[in-house]
Design a protein around this ligand. Structure first.
Ligand SMILES: C[S@@+](CC[C@H](N)C(=O)[O-])C[C@H]1O[C@@H](n2cnc3c(N)ncnc32)[C@H](O)[C@@H]1O
Length: 210
C-alpha cells in the first residue's frame, strides 16, 4: 500500500505544511504507479494516503459522502482514531440508486459498529444536498473530504462546495460526465485551489482539489 511514511508526515507537519506543499505531495502520490490491478483498491489506497497526509499536517476531520457498505469508512475510521479525529458519513441508502441494492445499509452498520459506539464515526442518514446537512458540512473543519455519493452534476457541485473547507477534496468516479463537469465548475469557484487528477492510471479515476 502506497502510504505516506510516518517520518515524512512528521517532517511535513513540523514544516507547518502549506497548501502548495500538500498539493505537490498529492500530485506525486496520485501519479505513482498503482501497486494493484484492482482499480477500486488502488483508488482506496490513494484516498487513505491522502487522508493520512491531511490529518498528519493539519487540523480537521474526515467526511465521506456516499459510503455504500462502509468498506472505505472503516479505513477512514482507523486512521481518524490514530490521529484523535472524527469521521462523518452522509448517505441516505435509498435503494435502488447508484447500485444500492438494499443490503448495504445493514452491512455498513455491522461493519462500523465499533466506531459508532466509541464516537469516532457519526452518520447522517440523509441526502448530502439537504439544507440542514449542507449547513453542517459548511460549518466544520475538514482535513479530507471524499465526494462519492450522487453522480448528478448539481448534486456533486453542491457536495464539493459544501466541503470546500477541506484541505484535500477527492471526487471519485471522474469517468462520469456529471461528476467531471461539477468538479471543474467547483474548481473554477474556488480561487487558490488547484486540481490534481490521476486520469489514465486506471479504468476509473478520481481527482483532487487541493
Ligand atoms: C459509489 S457508492 C460509495 C462507495 C464508498 N465510498 C466506498 O468507497 O465503498 C455511492 C453511495 O452514494 C450514496 N448516495 C447516492 N445519492 C446520494 C446523495 N444524494 N447524498 C449522499 N449519498 C448518496 C449511495 O447510497 C451509495 O451508498
Amino acid at each position: 500500500m502506497q502510504q505516506c511514511q510516518p517520518e515524512q508526515s512528521e517532517v511535513l507537519a513540523r514544516m507547518n505544511t502549506r497548501q502548495d506543499e500538500l498539493r505537490q505531495w498529492v500530485d506525486g502520490m496520485a501519479h505513482q504507479e498503482p501497486e494493484t490491478d484492482d482499480d477500486k483498491l488502488g483508488r482506496r489506497k490513494r484516498w487513505m494516503s491522502a487522508s493520512r497526509m491531511a490529518l498528519a499536517t493539519g487540523p480537521g476531520d474526515i467526511v465521506e459522502i456516499g459510503a455504500l457498505a462502509g468498506e472505505s469508512t472503516v479505513l477512514f475510521c482507523g486512521l481518524a482514531e490514530q490521529f484523535g479525529r472524527k469521521v462523518l458519513v452522509v448517505d441516505p441508502w435509498l435503494a435502488p440508486t447508484h447500485n444500492v441494492a438494499g443490503w448495504e445499509r445493514e452491512a455498513f452498520l455491522e461493519r462500523t459498529a465499533r466506531w459508532r459506539e466509541n464516537g469516532v464515526l457519526e452518520v447522517y442518514e440523509q441526502k448530502s444536498q439537504e439544507l440542514g446537512v449542507v449547513e453542517q458540512l459548511l460549518g466544520r473543519d475538514w482535513a479530507f473530504a471524499l465526494v462519492d455519493g450522487s453522480h448528478k452534476y448539481a448534486d456533486v457541485l453542491c457536495d464539493i462546495m459544501a466541503v470546500r473547507n477541506a484541505r484535500i477534496i477527492c471526487a471519485d468516479d471522474m469517468n462520469m460526465k456529471g461528476v467531471r463537469k461539477a468538479f471543474y465548475r467547483a474548481l473554477a469557484l474556488l480561487p487558490g485551489r488547484e486540481a490534481v487528477t490521476s486520469e489514465g492510471s486506471g479504468r476509473k479515476w478520481e481527482a483532487y482539489i487541493v
